[in-house]
Design a protein around this ligand. Structure first.
Ligand code: OGA
Ligand code: MN
Length: 275
């Protein structure tokens, strides 16, 4: 087994492993450490069935269960797997169609956000010339925290932000109250300082007047997506990819439509309470 950096600010590729077979403990630990270190980890050419995919995700921890609103998009007989897809079958979408075309970290609006989210590419859309479509971008919030101008960093060290789900979505029936998290989050497992703010779910900066809060958030949203912090993943069928939601943010880039089909299986790995 080899673990190779992508050359970008984040991301590593695991080479020479077949995840259909049990892994030696030492390799499991090396893979887990690589995810913590690099924020994004992927392996090409794995065509797992549902059970193997769930077993793969469980190498990294307990899985989160999806809320009942997602029931119709869970894989039949495998409720740990959420389907992301633009495919319509018999008039019904087979999965969640909006994969999140805005920068976000998954579930930052709960006290115990998921540590990691994991995607397995089952079908990847392509342009007519064979170029894969539907890339996903990831940005390193460890690199961002390190690159902050010192005066700004000192200011952020003292501040928290309010994260809320309804900010982004119109479903007012959900009962998630939101939560505040530090703007500079010590990674709960590695202690690495992470810039923890995301356009998707960060609603306001606590204790700042409205205008100042909005201006600071806009500045940080722009900062966090600087090209030097970003790795853009071009999907291939059979990819397995995980990311660390504490040290990264991500967005789907879209740009495909039926008959170009995208089908991803997703599992989510539980995190720890952030305070
Ligand atoms: C997600 C997500 C992006 C993509 O599954 O949380 O943001 O490109 N996916 O599918
Ligand atoms: Mn997401």
């Amino acid at each position: 087994m080899e673990i190779r950096p992508t050359g970008a600010a984040l991301g590593m590729e695991v080479i020479g492993v077949d995840f259909r077979k049990p892994l030696p403990l030492q390799e499991r630990e090396a893979i887990r450490q690589a995810l913590l270190q690099s924020g994004v980890l992927f392996v090409r050419g794995q065509l797992l069935d549902e059970r193997q995919f769930v077993d793969f995700a469980r190498l990294f921890g307990e899985l989160e269960s999806y809320g009942s609103t997602m029931n119709k998009f869970l894989k039949a007989g495998h409720p740990d797997i959420l389907v992301l897809s633009n495919i319509i079958e018999d008039g019904n979408p087979v999965g969640v169609a909006d994969a999140g075309e805005y920068w976000h970290t998954d579930r930052s609006y709960v006290p115990k956000p998921a540590w990691s989210s994991c995607l397995h590419a089952i079908e990847v859309p392509h342009a007519d010339d064979g170029t894969p479509l539907g890339d996903t971008e990831f940005s390193s919030m460890i690199a961002a925290a390190k690159a902050l101008p010192l005066a700004l960093r000192a200011r952020l060290d003292k501040l928290s932000a309010w994260h809320e789900y309804v900010f982004r979505f119109t479903d007012k029936n959900n009962s998630m109250p939101g939560v505040s998290h530090p703007l500079i989050l010590p990674h709960p497992m590695t202690k690495a300082p992470c810039l923890y703010v995301n356009k998707g779910f960060t609603h306001r900066i606590v204790d700042l007047p409205d205008a100042e809060s909005t201006a600071l958030m806009e500045e940080l949203f722009e900062f966090a997506k600087r090209p030097e912090f970003v790795y853009r993943h071009k999907w291939q069928k059979g990819d397995l990819l995980l990311w660390d939601n504490y040290s990264t943010q991500h967005r789907a880039t879209g740009g495909y439509a039926l008959p170009q089909r995208r089908l991803m299986w997703r599992t989510t790995i539980q995190g720890v309470p952030l305070q």
